[in-house]
Design a protein around this ligand. Structure first.
Ligand SMILES: Nc1nc2c(ncn2[C@@H]2O[C@H](COP(=O)(O)OP(=O)(O)O)[C@@H](O)[C@H]2O)c(=O)[nH]1
Ligand SMILES: [Mg+2]
Length: 394
């Protein structure tokens, strides 16, 4: 019963698309004839040339209407899609001519009936090829939960963190216990050379909702967070650093802002007037961060002051969709996540947080700045070539 209802709903969605496509076709017939009339009568262009121009105008209009309305296609690659659409239209015109010739001249069918049959064939051909080729969207197999096991997953990426992570986990665990939050802590450790895994495993004997995800070899913070998101089965997903630079208490501010502003993502920020930076990062790191933010603003997304703060909260669906497309494995993954979020139309709110920098850092300024710069270009190219284009799963 439910299955049948779903199938019906899906098919009605498809037929809606086809009806829209036919409507666009109708509008275009008017545009085509109207433009032809103007060219011939007012601009005194000969009929054949005018009909080529009017055909191109009609195709251009039909392209835009179908892209933006019928198929709601978000790809920014207009040129490639238009070329495809044009090819389909020209072939359609060819099919139209062949059909008309065959039906009217060879089979002697009344020309109006022939036109009806031909239009139906050509429209269906155009519709299908445009749907599955020109405006193809890659439907992804993303598992989006509707029933959550927990309210919150706290992901802590950790690399060589034996000294810092114990204190951070205890603080998080205390916090969720006193606040009675139904949460789990997921530590993602990849190839640490110290006793990180052992420390976490020991703690997990006392803290039941603590989990360790481990793999080899080391692949960077971005990859670790992605792994954590894949593991999460909670309504909200937070990631935070193992050094506890931002205290877990800030979670509440982020969550409240998510609710208040109906956003999908709340990100901690160190660079807002109300931010409370107790211990600053070293000057060189602040400079790197600032330059990074500046470049991001120019190239990728405006309006975000601090893309790099390691404290970010996502709604389940947003996190699953965004991290599915995540490709950057190292420190630029934040920028990529926010770029994808923006591209998929998720709403981001930036919240001032407390930050006490921990001098020990996994980031190596020169090597990682160069990598980040390279990643920035990689992200922009992905964006332009439509690699983040895929339809999001609801
Ligand atoms: N799993 C994993 N975590 C990482 C990796 N690199 C950094 N991290 C974690 O990312 C967080 C931020 O790193 P940190 O060295 O404090 O960077 P900084 O605060 O930006 O200087 C910490 O929890 C690190 O353990 C990595 O390659 N793998
Ligand atoms: Mg740190």
């Amino acid at each position: 019963m439910l299955k049948r209802a779903i199938t019906k709903l899906k098919s009605s969605d498809k037929s809606k698309q086809f009806i829209k496509y036919c409507l666009v076709g109708g509008v275009n017939t008017f545009i085509d004839i109207g433009a032809l009339y103007v060219f011939v009568e007012y601009l005194k262009i000969d009929v054949i040339t005018a009909s080529v121009f009017s055909f191109i105008i009609a195709v251009a209009n039909s392209f835009l209407m179908n892209k933006l309305w019928t198929f709601r296609n978000k790809s920014t690659n207009y040129r490639k899609q238009f070329i495809k659409f044009f090819i389909v239209s020209v072939i359609g015109l060819g099919v139209n001519t062949i059909f008309m010739f065959t039906l009217v001249n060879l089979l002697s069918i009344w020309y109006i009936l022939s036109k009806v049959i031909t239009s139906f064939v050509v429209l269906t051909w155009n519709f299908l090829v445009n749907k599955f080729w020109t405006f193809r969207l890659f439907q992804q197999n993303i598992e989006i939960l509707k029933n959550f096991e927990k309210d919150l997953s706290i992901i802590v990426p950790a690399y060589n963190e034996e000294k810092r992570i114990g204190k951070t986990i205890l603080a998080i665990s205390d916090y969720i216990t006193t606040r009675k939050i139904k949460a789990e802590i997921i530590v993602v450790d990849d190839g640490s050379k110290d006793k990180t895994a052992q420390v976490v495993n020991n703690l997990s004997k006392k803290i039941t909702n603590l989990r360790l995800v481990s793999y080899q070899p080391n692949r960077g913070k971005g990859f670790a967070v992605k792994k954590g998101v894949e593991e999460s089965r909670s309504k909200l997903i937070l990631f935070t650093d193992a050094d506890g630079s931002t205290p877990i208490e800030e979670y509440e501010n982020l969550k409240n802002s998510l609710d208040k502003t109906s956003s999908d993502i709340a990100i901690g920020s160190r660079y807002m007037a109300e931010s409370n930076v107790k211990i600053k990062q070293p000057f060189s790191r602040i400079m790197i961060g600032r330059v990074g933010n500046f470049l991001i603003r120019i190239f990728l997304i405006e309006n975000i002051r601090d893309t790099q703060c390691g404290f970010k909260l996502f709604k389940h669906t947003a996190a699953k969709n965004i991290f599915h497309f995540q490709k950057v494995k190292r420190f630029a993954f934040d920028m990529e996540a926010l770029t994808i979020a923006n591209h998929l139309g998720y709403k981001i709110v930036e919240i001032p947080v407390t930050w006490s920098d921990s001098t020990d850092s996994r980031l190596r300024p020169v090597r990682d700045s160069i990598r980040t710069l390279k990643d920035l270009i990689f992200i922009k190219l992905n964006l332009l070539s439509g690699r983040y284009r895929q339809e999001k799963t609801k």
